[in-house]
Design a binder for this molecule. Structure first.
Ligand code: GTP
Ligand code: MG
Length: 415
């Protein structure tokens, strides 16, 4: 019925001309004003080995100091640390969450290093899903912690990716927008860097790792984005030190042989990264997170819970039908379990009854045995008592007889 309605509406679709300005052309402005009023949320996950320059790069990207503390190399497992900051530029407010891996790649057995990261990303999706499934949802005020971008810091070895890098990125590529970057790129020479970049891209392709592509479907950014896609992985340098260049203080790393300026495009790709991440594609990454990665997570989770858009015969089935079928199943299962438990209970009671009867019988037997023994003992005692009494009587009789004899014998002697 609903499908027929839709068809009729679409067939009847007509384009009309307005005879004067109505005003709905202000909708985009209304949207902008609403978004500015609500503020924006952006969540970055930095994955990289300890001391690879994650915190320094974040400070450089947002041109502030997030005041992080260095992590030890001795942790038994990888942990994730999240910090949320409120930033404002002009009248635009940004709630920024930076999540850092602590102890990544420091364990001897690196097999499980990615597990904490995967769990963290899933946990954020799960929290959003649970909010979405509530009857009373507060999604407008909800602090969305889903990861919009994962900056994967590659160690500047010049040799290619480590197996941990590949395994981790492979595990994450369906869950988050991955942007690989070469950390501390000032430690690699110019010619080595080009080779290193193509080696990394080759290895990613060979292992089927899907990294985030800057979108080229929007005309206004397609040229710059397709150009930037060819520069990935960006080779970045970060610094918290400033040096005066002309009349401007710039982030710079000073070495005995010269200075590396973070924002100098001939020195590194920092500006490209900032341009792509913050100035051009932040909204696209937020959208992809919601429409692609979260959607996939949601689909899998709902399927796990037993929901589907089609039934076993591939016929469309509504959420309510699935829910009712599940509820009936559940009630039947409960009934089955209750019956089983009742039967089990009856069997147990019978067993216990038999056990008690057996115990009672044994007890009775023991009682009878003791009673018999007691009677025999009593009889024996009575016989012994009787014998003793007879003996006493006999003794007394003899005693009397003996005294009489002694008396008569004494009298006859006196005579
Ligand atoms: P943890 O949080 O402890 O894992 O470290 P991190 O990855 O946040 O690294 P952090 O930014 O604390 O930097 C570690 C060291 O590397 C510091 O001494 C930085 O000065 C230095 N460092 C940061 N970025 C760069 C860079 O681009 N090039 C070079 N050569 N050194 C850098
Ligand atoms: Mg740090």
């Amino acid at each position: 019925m609903a499908a027929v309605d839709v068809e009729r509406v679409e067939n009847n679709l007509r384009t009309l001309k307005l005879s004067g300005r109505v005003g709905f052309d202000s909708l985009p402005d209304q949207l902008v004003s609403k978004s500015v009023q609500n503020g924006f949320i952006f969540n970055i996950l930095c994955i990289g080995e300890t001391g690879l320059g994650k915190s320094t790069l974040m400070d450089s990207l947002f041109n502030t100091s997030f005041e992080s503390t260095p992590s030890p190399h001795t942790l038994p497992s990888v942990k994730l640390k999240a910090h949320t900051y409120e930033l404002q530029e002009s009248n635009v407010r940004l709630k920024l969450t930076i999540v850092d891996t602590v102890g990544y790649g420091d364990q001897i057995n690196k097999e499980e290093s990615y597990r904490a990261v995967v769990d963290y990303i899933d946990a954020q999706f799960e929290a959003y899903l649970q909010e979405e499934l509530k009857i009373k949802r507060l999604l407008n005020n909800y602090h969305d912690t889903r990861t919009h971008i994962c900056l994967y810091f590659i160690c500047p070895t010049g040799h290619g990716l480590k197996s941990l890098d590949l395994v981790c990125m492979k595990k994450l590529d369906t869950k988050v927008n991955i942007v690989p970057i070469i950390a501390k790129a000032d430690t690699i020479s110019k010619t080595e860097l080009q080779k290193f970049k193509s080696k990394i891209m080759q290895e990613l392709t060979a292992n089927g790792v899907e990294i985030y592509q800057f979108p080229i479907d929007d005309e206004s950014v397609s040229e710059i984005n397709s150009n930037m896609n060819s520069h990935v992985p960006f080779a970045v340098v970060g610094s918290t030190d400033f040096v005066r260049v002309g009349n401007k203080m710039t982030r710079t790393r000073q070495y005995p042989w010269g200075n590396v300026q973070v924002e100098n495009e001939t020195h590194c790709d920092f500006v490209k990264l900032r341009e792509m991440l913050i100035r051009t594609n932040m909204e696209d990454m937020r959208e992809k997170t919601h429409c692609k990665h979260y959607e996939l997570y949601r689909k899998k989770r709902l399927e796990q819970m037993g929901f589907s858009d089609v039934d076993a015969e591939n016929k469309p089935v509504s959420f309510q039908q699935t829910f009712e079928a599940k509820r009936n199943n559940h009630v039947q299962e409960l009934q089955k379990k209750e019956d089983e438990m009742r039967q089990l209970f009856v069997v147990r009671v019978k067993e216990k009854e038999a056990e008690l009867k057996e115990q009672e019988r044994e007890l009775q037997e023991r009682f009878d045995k003791h009673k018999k023994a007691h009677a025999e003992e009593k009889k024996k005692l009575e016989e012994a008592k009787k014998k003793l009494e007879d003996d006493v009587i006999e003794f007394n009789r003899r005693k009397t007889q003996f005294s009489y004899h002694t008396m008569t014998l004494g009298k006859s002697k006196k005579k």
